[in-house]
Ligand binder design. Structure first.
Ligand code: CP
Length: 312
């Protein structure tokens, strides 16, 4: 593997999940791979899980790790070509990416959607800027449109907890006070395309995801109907895609409750706002897989970094 930008870079998902589960049993078995090599983790946005799990994964592979909160501490980057840089942006992506390439062997980037300009977000300008100008492999730690490390962790979690060969998996929108990006939901849908599962998406009208991503999938606007006989329920908020980045409403009827969940296992990428998105009772009962998902972020990252290191 050269870069890890989307879940499709894994090839066979089942094989990747099994490889990650094997790594989880013996996390230090490839500690020689990263010896005398360095990964640089660049954060343009906040993080808890991605930062710590990717760092842990890298260390378990023997890598040196450098972490930078680029959003607060780096120079503001320019991405346009041919502009006179006479305003706030002090450094161009062309130099920044080449300079970073000299300090490390792999670079991982987190840069969320701004949710103001759809075309700009869909260009994934930070991530793709590094892909274009850096000379080293690039890992997506959540871009403006995708969160493939989360999706791989979710696939590992489903594999570990499914009790039937072809489970019913429901992705349900939930209310949230702020406008959130589509990256987690997009990558979850793309990951589900590679699964043997009955997959249903449910959300209020107006919250349709990018139709290119959901093409071929059943969208059910009645949440109760969608949840019937579900084995896994993945809850996530996202803002409108058509009315780009807008919160159309925060209908609390869509909040996930113990009563709606019935016997299904519950998933969420975290962080989650209790009693806004999901009621306490769901998070606090043993049907919740959220802590297991967060744990699997380490082995998702470790699988990806292992494959990249083997290719260096
Ligand atoms: N799920 C996830 O990416 O968590 P963080 O934003 O805390 O990294």
């Amino acid at each position: 593997m050269k870069h890890y930008l989307s879940i499709n870079d894994l090839g066979n998902l089942h094989e990747a999940v099994q490889e990650a589960i094997t790594l989880k049993k013996q996390p230090f078995s490839f500690a020689h791979l990263g010896k005398q090599k360095t990964i640089c983790l660049l954060f343009f946005n906040n993080s808890l899980r991605t930062r710590l799990s990717t760092q842990k994964a890298a260390q378990q592979l023997g890598l040196n790790v450098m972490v930078m909160n680029f959003g607060n501490e780096g120079w503001q980057l320019e991405f346009e070509h041919g502009v006179v840089m006479d305003a706030g942006k002090a450094e161009h992506i062309k130099e920044a990416a080449q300079v970073v390439s000299q300090y490390c062997d792999i670079v991982a980037i987190r840069a969320f959607a701004g949710l103001e300009h759809k075309e700009k977000d869909e260009r994934e300008e930070v991530l793709q800027g590094f892909v274009k100008y850096a000379h080293i492999p690039v890992v997506n730690m959540e871009s403006s449109v995708a969160h493939p490390l989360q999706a791989l962790a979710d696939a590992i979690t489903i594999a570990e907890h499914k009790t039937i060969e072809r489970p019913k998996v429901v992705l349900s929108w939930a209310p949230h006070p702020k406008a959130l990006p589509h990256a987690v939901a997009n990558s979850f849908v793309n990951m589900m395309k590679l699964q043997n599962a009955d997959f249903v998406i449910t959300h209020p009208e107006g919250y349709e995801l990018n139709p290119e991503i959901t093409k071929g999938y059943q969208i059910v606007y009645d949440q109760q109907k969608a949840l019937e006989n579900a084995n896994f329920v993945y809850v996530k908020n996202w803002s409108s895609y058509a009315d780009y980045g807008k919160v159309l409403h925060q209908d609390s009827n869509w909040k996930m409750t113990e009563k709606k969940l019935k016997k299904a296992q519950f998933m969420h990428c975290l962080p989650v706002r209790r009693n806004m998105v999901i009621e306490d009772a769901v998070l606090d009962n043993n049907q919740s897989l959220v802590i297991a998902q967060a744990n699997n972020r380490t082995y998702a990252a470790q699988l990806v970094l292992k494959r990249i290191l083997k290719n260096l």
